[in-house]
Design a protein around this ligand. Structure first.
Ligand code: 13P
Ligand code: SF4
Length: 330
């Protein structure tokens, strides 16, 4: 079953916007009138990051979605993130500016195939990366993000057998960090698998002092070169706290907006991909625009709705993640 079967979809509103309209002012005005909050991921375009009430990584965004007092959550991110917000706050209206903002990693793990895979390992506990569908979360014991995956695995007894999905690169990195033998689902993200080791090596010759910062969704050959590996928030914090001035960044290019804003005197260089494309943009994340955000808030569409029986099962592993994270101060 894909995401469009498991949710009831309310359609898009395609409307002409008066070009003289100050979208920033309009969004601020409607947001107050409707008691709405805008949560944005670091991979969103700069304008969206600038107007958001909260910008963060997947863990931070889930924590905000769980505790907000707003009536409406506008989720400037991708489908699985908005879906997670809806699961945590089922009585709130959750909006996603473009409903087609999916995720190649979530798509790489169809729930009906994962269910069969899981049947081969009846004594294993299932940890799933948050980048997956609500139905997959409903098949899981604990959800994790790149900020807490290592700690969540370490919170379990050493003899506990574990299936980890859907990202094989994150899973392999967690297995290496924890010394655990994880059974991995063979999924990956299209953005994080395109970085070129050769081109990064050449870039490093030009910028010998640059630190290489990588997201754990990157392949092992890239992670081996990295000075720091972590979530988007981790990468941002590392760059801010580091005395170094130059950084090669191996993750989606949207993060550079915040890195540059927080560190005006430092240089951030996007790691080059192994094709001729000049950018490392996630095509799903970049479907959202300021115009779509405005229309979505104004018309309260498209709205995310998750089936009640899926929410009932999917909320438990997400809450378990939030509880473990809170107990560890993450
Ligand atoms: P973070 O939780 O590190 O922000 O990662 C989200 C994501 O989609 C990475 O591709
Ligand atoms: Fe999914 Fe990759 Fe885009 Fe993140 S960057 S939302 S994992 S496709």
């Amino acid at each position: 079953m894909d995401i469009f079967e498991e949710i009831k979809v309310k359609g898009f509103v395609d409307e002409h916007i008066d070009p003289s309209l100050d979208l920033f002012a309009e969004i601020e005005k409607i947001k107050k009138e409707k008691n709405a909050v805008i949560l944005a991921h670091y991979y969103q375009e700069g304008d969206i990051q600038d107007i958001a009430d909260y910008i963060g990584d997947s863990l931070g965004l889930s924590q905000q979605a769980a505790k907000t007092n707003a009536d409406i959550i506008v989720f400037a991110g991708v489908h699985f993130m908005a879906e997670t917000a809806k699961i945590l706050s089922p009585n709130k209206k959750v909006l996603l500016p473009d409903l087609k903002a999916g995720c190649s990693l979530a798509d790489s793990c169809p729930p009906h195939l994962f269910r069969k895979f899981k049947e081969n390992y009846p004594d294993h506990l299932v940890i799933t990366y948050v980048n997956c569908t609500a139905e997959l979360k409903a098949l899981s014991d604990i959800v994790c993000t790149s900020s807490n995956a290592v700690q969540i695995v370490e919170s379990l007894p050493k003899e506990q057998k574990i299936i980890f999905g859907p990202d094989r690169n994150l899973g392999a990195w967690v297995a290496k960090k924890t010394g655990r033998d994880l059974v991995l689902w063979n999924g990956a993200c299209m953005v994080h698998e395109i970085f070129s080791r050769e081109k990064i090596t050449k870039l490093k010759e030009r910028y010998p002092n640059a630190k290489i910062l990588a997201h754990p969704e990157c392949e092992e050959v890239i992670l081996q070169m990295a000075d720091y590996i972590g979530s988007t928030t981790g990468i941002l914090k590392y760059a801010t706290n580091s005395p170094e001035k130059e950084f090669i960044v191996a993750t989606e290019a949207g993060i550079l907006h915040q890195m540059q804003k927080d560190n005006p005197g430092k240089t951030f260089i996007p790691a080059p991909p192994n094709n001729t494309c000049a950018c490392n943009d996630c095509p799903h994340m970049k479907r959202n625009t300021l115009e779509k955000l405005y229309l979505c808030l104004k018309n309260e569409l498209p709205e995310i709705e998750v089936l009640a029986h899926i929410i009932e099962r999917a909320v438990k592993p997400i809450e378990r993640m939030l509880e473990i994270s809170a107990s560890l101060g993450l």
